[in-house]
Each structure stands twice: as structure tokens, then as C-alpha cells.
Design a protein around this ligand. Structure first.
Ligand SMILES: *Cc1c(COP(=O)(O)O)cnc(C)c1O
Length: 359
């Protein structure tokens, strides 16, 4: 089911393919008309996610990007300001949707590995006068993607929420990888989600579905989200085929995220021994491994191209920064092979201890 030339695909957790069990669930899904609220599988998925996140209700959307954009469209009016980390997906990867669609702009904060502090939020909130943009929304990413798969600790969330509430700001959680944070930390999803007016999780990342995200919040918020979903062309018909994949993933693919985290750590341990590679950040918390290749004398693009020739797909995140992502289609042997390939293309001899026998 995969291009033959790629044996180990670490470019993203979106590269995971629906499993045979998931495909069966999709084929057998009960369906209706989502736009009319009569698709039973979609309704069930939305109930499951609302329960999981401790919210009143939820809506199924075609992508995580649409979850972010619909939430921003509901929360923000033209001329308002969103506070987010400078690495946030809404800044780097959504076509400036906040500005293009809602007329809002994003004030970037220089957080630590994607996690900013309550003090930074306090300093960023504008004075209430006629000249300043109106501070409106604080958005956090759980886990932080370009921060390195970092988990926002509950204490850091609570501190930020307190300042935001003091200033009557709205709170949004981009929970693309929220379940990774739940498995890594042991904190229930509803506890992470509790203070947020809107929160969503992505089905097509580590959960392994082909399509979709589910956005949750209060009933009045979701009512407004539905208007935008429809307006943007995101309302569907027999979406139960897709929702069934989400239900299957929530039942079968959450606990196993621990394997992805273990494989990411194993990969990180192996590549940390390669001369010229430096992990960024040094510790791997979930399924994302960012590393600098500056010390190898090669660019990230050169290394990626050479690895790809050998069937290993790793992402390029900057001139000398790479990203490897574990997911359900990569096993322990796969990450060992990927680390071995990296060492080979960089021309390094793997260090004793890690490599003996295995390579
Ligand atoms: C992938 C991702 C998104 C967007 O999700 P899509 O389903 O790809 O549209 C948003 N935020 C973060 C942090 C992501 O990693």
C-alpha cells in the first residue's frame, strides 16, 4: 500500500495508513447525511470526542487546519489579535488563514520549545485604548509540533489561563497531538482541555485515520462553528465512512501511542551518537524528534536526499534542522534502520555500544 521505494517513512505521522481493522470499520459504517445531523457514525464520533474532552458537544471537520480556522473565525473579529508561540502551526502552516479569513493577526511569543509563560502572555496583552489591536485569543499547541513534540505541563497551562482570564481573553487549544500528550504525561485529556473554550484533536496524525479532526466546546460555540463549517464547504454527507475510522482509532490506537514514544526515544538515542548531530531539544517527550545536522558539514536537504535514496524518508525543517516522526507504520526495527542509514549517509562510523551487532 506504500510507495515501494520508501521502507521507513519518518517524515510525518500523517504517513500512517489505515489498518485492515480500520478499513473494515469504515466499510461497515452506518451512514446518513451529516449536514442534516443524521449520520449516526459521525454523531457517535462527536459524542465520543466531546466526552473524552469534557465538552458539551463537538463537530467533525475535514482537517485540523479547518478546526483551527473555524475556531479562530468564531472567536475573533477583524482587527483582533491572537497570542501564540512563534512556532505555532497557525503561524507557520495555515496560509496566514487567521489574517486571510478572520482578519485577525497573530502575535508570536518566543517560548521555550513551544511553551510560553504566563509572564510572556501578560507582557503581550495590549492596553485597552483606541490605537492598540484588541487582544482576544490565546492559542496553545498540545503537543507543540515545532517546539519538538513538547508536552505543555498542566501547571504551565493553568498559569497562562489565569492571566488570560484576568484579561477576559478566549482560550483555544490546537490539540493535533493532544492524545500523545495524554499518553506521555498520564494527565487525562479532559483535564488538559478543561480551561479551553475550544479544543480539537486530529484523527489523521498519530491516531492513523485517513482524514479529519474533531472540534469541541460549548453548544453555542459549536453552533457558530457549524455555520463556518458549512460556509467553507466543510459540511459533508455520508461522512460516517470517515467517522468510523475515528471511532476505531479512539478505541484501538490511543494506548499504542506509547510505542511511538518509545521508538522516538530509541531513534534519538541512536542518532545522538552520530558525530555532528545534536538533538533539539535534547530530550524527546513524545513522537517527534528534531535534530540539527550542522556539525556534519552537510545540509539537511542533502542528508534527506541521500537517506531517501536508501528508502528512509526524514523531514527537512530548516537548512540544518531535520525532523523524524514515529507512528503506527514504523516499528522498532524501522527506527534502528533509519538511524543506521543516517550514520551511513553522513559517513559516520556508529559509536560502540549502540551499534554492535545491530548494524
Ligand atoms: C498537523 C497539524 C495541524 C493541521 O492538521 P491537518 O489535519 O494536517 O490540517 C494543526 N496543528 C498542528 C500542531 C499540527 O501538527
Amino acid at each position: 500500500m506504500k510507495e515501494d521505494s520508501i521502507r521507513v517513512d519518518l517524515v510525518s505521522d500523517t504517513q500512517s495508513r489505515p489498518t485492515p481493522g480500520m478499513r473494515r470499520a469504515m466499510a461497515e459504517a452506518a451512514v446518513g447525511d451529516e449536514q442534516r445531523g443524521s449520520d449516526p457514525s459521525t454523531n457517535r464520533l462527536c459524542e465520543m470526542v466531546a466526552d473524552l474532552l469534557g465538552k458539551e458537544t463537538a463537530v467533525f471537520l475535514p482537517s485540523g487546519t479547518m478546526c483551527n480556522q473555524v475556531a479562530i473565525l468564531v472567536h475573533c473579529r477583524s482587527g483582533e489579535e491572537i497570542i501564540a508561540d512563534e512556532t505555532a502551526h497557525i503561524i507557520t502552516s495555515e496560509g496566514a488563514g487567521a489574517a486571510a479569513l478572520a482578519g485577525a493577526w497573530v502575535r508570536p511569543l518566543a517560548g521555550r520549545n513551544g511553551v510560553f509563560s504566563a509572564e510572556q502572555v501578560r507582557a503581550a496583552i495590549r492596553p485597552r485604548n483606541r490605537n492598540a489591536p484588541r487582544s482576544r485569543l490565546v492559542a496553545i499547541e498540545q503537543t507543540s509540533n515545532r517546539g519538538g513534540g513538547t508536552v505543555w505541563p498542566l501547571s504551565a497551562i493553568k498559569a497562562v489561563v489565569e492571566v488570560a482570564r484576568e484579561h477576559e481573553l478566549v482560550l483555544h487549544m490546537d490539540g493535533a497531538r493532544l492524545m500523545n500528550a495524554v499518553i506521555a504525561s498520564g494527565t487525562p485529556a479532559a483535564e488538559f482541555a478543561a480551561p479551553f473554550d475550544s479544543v480539537w484533536l486530529d484523527l489523521s496524525k498519530g491516531l492513523g485515520c485517513p482524514v479529519g479532526g474533531v472540534l469541541a466546546g460549548r453548544t453555542d460555540f459549536i453552533e457558530e462553528a457549524w455555520r463556518w463549517k458549512h460556509r467553507l464547504g466543510g459540511a459533508m454527507r455520508q461522512s460516517g465512512i470517515l467517522a468510523a475510522a475515528g471511532i476505531y482509532a479512539l478505541e484501538h490506537h490511543v494506548e499504542r501511542l506509547a510505542e511511538d514514544h518509545a521508538n522516538a526515544r530509541l531513534f534519538a538515542e541512536h542518532i545522538a551518537g552520530i558525530t555532528g548531530i545534536e538533538l533539539r531539544p535534547a530530550s524527546v517527550e513524545t513522537n517527534l524528534v528534531f535534530f540539527s545536522v550542522e556539525g556534519t558539514g552537510l545540509s539537511a536537504a542533502e542528508i534527506a536526499a541521500r537517506a531517501l535514496e536508501r528508502g528512509v524518508h526524514i523531514g527537512v525543517e530548516g537548512s540544518h534542522v531535520m525532523r523524524a516522526v514515529t507512528h503506527l507504520d514504523v516499528d522498532r526495527r524501522g527506527v534502528e534502520e533509519a538511524a543506521e542509514t543516517l550514520a551511513t549517509v553522513i559517513g559516520d562510523v556508529p559509536k560502540a555500544g549502540l551499534a554492535h551487532g545491530k548494524y
